[in-house]
Every structure is written in C-alpha cells, then in structure tokens.
Design a protein around this ligand. Structure first.
Ligand SMILES: Nc1nc2c(ncn2[C@@H]2O[C@H](COP(=O)(O)OP(=O)(O)OP(=O)(O)O)[C@@H](O)[C@H]2O)c(=O)[nH]1
Length: 440
C-alpha cells in the first residue's frame, strides 16, 4: 500500500535521529531532507513540502525540548504536528439522519464508495438508502443496485432514464423510511461545465446535509483542480480519497485537501464493501510514522482512565494513598496486564519494575479490596496511621491474617516509591505523554 511506502520512508528518516544529545542544525537538515524526498515521491505538493520543511527546521531548533522528552521525541512530535496541519481535521460525520450527495469524476470510485458508505452507516445501526442518479455511465445502475442488494440496502434508480433530477425527486418520495440517504451522481471523463451545472441542480433539489467529493488517489496533483471547481460551485463538506491502497501518488489528493481548505471524511483502501475507513488524522499520521503502539496505548488509557477514576497528576505529585492505589490497580487491570502496558510505553519504561510488582492478580485485588473496606477513611488517606493495633483490628474486620494486611501495606509502599521514581524520570505520566504527542 502506498502509504506503507511513504510511511517507511518517513520512519527511516526519523530513525536517523539519535535518542540523546543536542539537536544541531546538521542533523535536523539531514532529517528534513529525507522527509522532503519521501513526501515529494508521494506527490505531495512542492510548496506544501517546502513550507512544512521550514516549519520543522525552525521549530526543532528554536523550541525548547519539553521536559520528560528526549530530542528525538521532540522532533518526531513536531513532524507529527506539521503533518496533521497539512491534512487538517477530518470531516465530522455524525450518526444522525441526513442526506449525503456524492460527487466526482467518472472512475473516481464514486459508485463503489456510495455502497461502502451505505454499509458503513448500516453497520453503525442506521437505516441507509441509496439513489442512483448516475445517468451518464450506463453500467452504474446495475453496479450500484447489485451492491445494495447484497447488503439489503433500499435502492432507487430508473434504468435507462437520463433525467437525473427527476430520479432524485422520485427517489426521495418513494424510498420510504430511511435514516441516511446517499445520492450517487453522474461523473464525466473530465471536469466539464455541464457536470458542474447538473451538480448545482441536484444540490438545490436534494438539499443535502453533506456533499462528499470522491477523489481517486492516483490522479495526483490534478486533485486540486477538481476540488477547487466543485468547492466553488456547490461547496464540498469533505473529501473521500479512494484507492489509497494501490498508488504511490496519494500525496496529491492529500495536498488538494489542504490547498482547498477542505477536509477528509473517509479513505478507500480496497474494492470490497468493508474497505472504507473513517478518516482520523492522528491515527493516520501515527500509522505513517510507525507510532501505532503509542496510539493504541493511549486509546486504552483513554478508555480506562478517567479523571474521576484516577488522578494521575496528583499521584505524580507524590500523593499516593491507599485509595489511589486501589483505583490505580483497578484501572490498570482494565488496560490489560501491567507488564504489557508498561512495555508499550516508549523508552523501555517498565524495566525498573520487578517481576513481583507486575504480579498483581485479580485474586490479590479482591483480597485488598476486602481489607481496605475495613479501614477508616483516615487510614485510607494516610496509611502511616496504621500501627500494629490497627492492623489487628483491620485483619479481624476483614477476616484476614495480620500478615495479609502487612503485605498490602508493603505493596503500597513499593508502589508509592515506584511512582516517585517515575516522577523523577518524568515518565509514567499519561497526560503528559498524550500532550507530548499532541493528542487529546
Ligand atoms: N483498489 C481500490 N479500488 C477501488 C477503490 N474504490 C473504488 N475502486 C475501484 O475503482 C473502479 C471505479 O470505481 P467506480 O465506483 O465504478 O467509479 P465511479 O466513480 O462510480 O465511476 P462513474 O460511475 O462512472 O462516475 C472500480 O473498479 C472499483 O472497484 C479503492 O478504495 N481501492
């Protein structure tokens, strides 16, 4: 896949950065040159590449390396942010009732994308319906009908009738109940005035909530001209870039999006109905830069850690009570085995933790919970209060042995120290790490 090629070239460029030491002009220049080559080979617009290179150079040399980040991570973060700047925020696609009009030249993948999109909404639990208003290409009717039939998606079209406006009107009238209506329109071999006029007329009849321009990734730099023309006539809400799986020129379509100030809604990565991905810029760039592990870790963290559940920041400040420990163990448990979680972190974090510390089993967790249930709020907040008489009371109350209570207190102490060490190393700070990579 083309993006694999661009991704591996970018990753090779970034590998040249060493983990430690100062960032000097020469090393930044070297890396930027490689990045330029990779982007130009993928057909990204020259001006965009030049602007981006300038930004990376300036920022890498002038901006202070954020604390807890090494120079290599600092540059990667800048490259990441600058790439996100180029491709912009993805188009928002909500899961509400709506009408979507598909536009684009012949062969761009419009018909295929229409059916993929209907399937996308169907999988999200909505009822899609499709109108075939492509009266220009004779095969379009049967192609779309059979794709829709395969997934039991209501379809309206009039074979042989060239009146696309009438078809849209009648389709909207006859299709019955649906949540999302997707209208496939006709293309032309090239940008022609009558195509633009037809789109304007359908636009005024259907009053779509979204107009998605379908661009073939393989057309390279011509993508800009198409995006501009459609945008000026009817306004586009977003772009679908198709065939990103089979071309080395994907950068042209990405540049078109940046130049026309539009955004990408979906990308097509194959011919089957499932080969449509909702475009998420940070995920896309993370994948390009080979940062998948960090992304998936952060996703796991987002899912399991909420501000209420675990105040990571306050723990980093050294306040790590028994209550915090309990919450932390629960949260970490949700993320998966602690060892695996730590190993996904950059910089070999987790190496400072003993095997024993990793062995927090769910069995232990439930024992700890019972013991902690017998503690007072004050004791949970300040474990130092727990002397031998309190240990006896807690063990009696929880039906456990005094040694179990001591084990819990010892475990708490070890974890408290470990947290302090992480703080010293400026490492295990999930929020900082998310910020570090510009992720929300
Ligand atoms: N590999 C790959 N092929 C795709 C993708 N999207 C579409 N195609 C193929 O591209 C070809 C053209 O797609 P169509 O959907 O027929 O093109 P169209 O834009 O609807 O053409 P008109 O109906 O004439 O406007 C078909 O062979 C599709 O299977 C994609 O993301 N990846």
């Amino acid at each position: 896949m083309v993006m694999d090629k661009l991704g591996s070239s970018l990753q090779d460029a970034l590998k040249k950065l060493v983990n430690s030491g100062r960032i000097d002009e020469k090393s930044v220049n070297d890396v930027v040159k490689d990045i330029q080559r990779a982007l130009l080979q993928a057909d990204v617009n020259v001006q965009l590449v030049m602007n981006m290179s300038k930004q990376i150079k300036e920022r890498a040399l002038k901006e202070e390396v954020p604390s807890g980040m090494n120079p290599r991570e600092h540059v990667i973060r800048i490259v990441y942010q600058e790439l996100i700047n180029i491709i912009g925020e993805g188009t928002e696609i909500n899961l509400e009732p709506q009408t979507i009009m598909m536009i684009g030249l012949q062969g761009s993948g419009k018909t295929t994308t229409t059916s993929k999109l209907a399937r996308y909404f169907q999988k999200k639990g909505l009822k899609p319906a499709v109108i075939c208003a492509d009266t220009f290409r004779p095969g379009a009717y049967h192609q779309l009908k059979s794709l829709c039939d395969k997934n039991s998606i209501p379809f309206y079209g009039e074979e042989g009738n060239e009146d696309s406006l009438g078809i849209v009107e009648r389709g909207m009238d006859k299709l019955g109940k649906y949540d999302v209506l997707i209208i496939d329109t006709a293309g032309r071999h090239s940008l022609e005035q009558d195509l633009i006029e037809e789109m304007e007329q359908i636009n005024s009849i259907a009053k779509p909530d979204k107009k998605l321009l379908v661009l073939d990734a393989a057309i390279g730099q011509q993508a800009s001209e198409q995006a501009r023309a459609f945008n000026e006539s009817i306004g586009i809400s977003g772009v679908v870039i198709t065939k990103l799986d089979g071309t080395a020129k994907g950068g042209g379509a990405l540049s078109a999006v940046s130049e026309t100030n539009s955004s990408i809604a979906f990308i097509g990565v194959g011919e089957t109905s499932g080969d449509l991905e909702k475009f998420e810029p940070d995920r896309f760039i993370s994948r390009l830069l080979g940062m998948g592990d960090i992304r998936s870790l952060i996703e796991k963290a987002e899912e399991s850690l909420s501000e209420e559940e675990l105040d990571v920041e306050s723990m980093m400040q050294g306040r790590f009570t028994l209550k915090d420990m309990y919450k932390q163990l629960e949260a970490v448990n949700k993320m998966g085995p602690l060892k695996q979680v730590m190993q996904m972190m950059p910089g070999g974090m987790g190496q400072n933790i003993s095997e024993e510390q990793f062995q927090v089993t769910s069995e232990k967790l439930s024992r700890y919970r019972i013991i902690m249930d017998s503690m007072t709020v004050d004791e949970m907040d300040d474990p130092k209060l727990i002397g031998s008489s309190r240990i006896k009371r807690i063990s009696r109350g929880s039906g456990s042995k005094p040694d179990d209570v001591r084990e819990l207190l010892k475990y708490h102490k070890t974890m408290q120290n470990a947290m302090k060490n992480f703080r010293g190393a400026g490492k295990f700070n999930m929020k900082k790490m998310m910020k570090k990579f510009g992720m929300q």
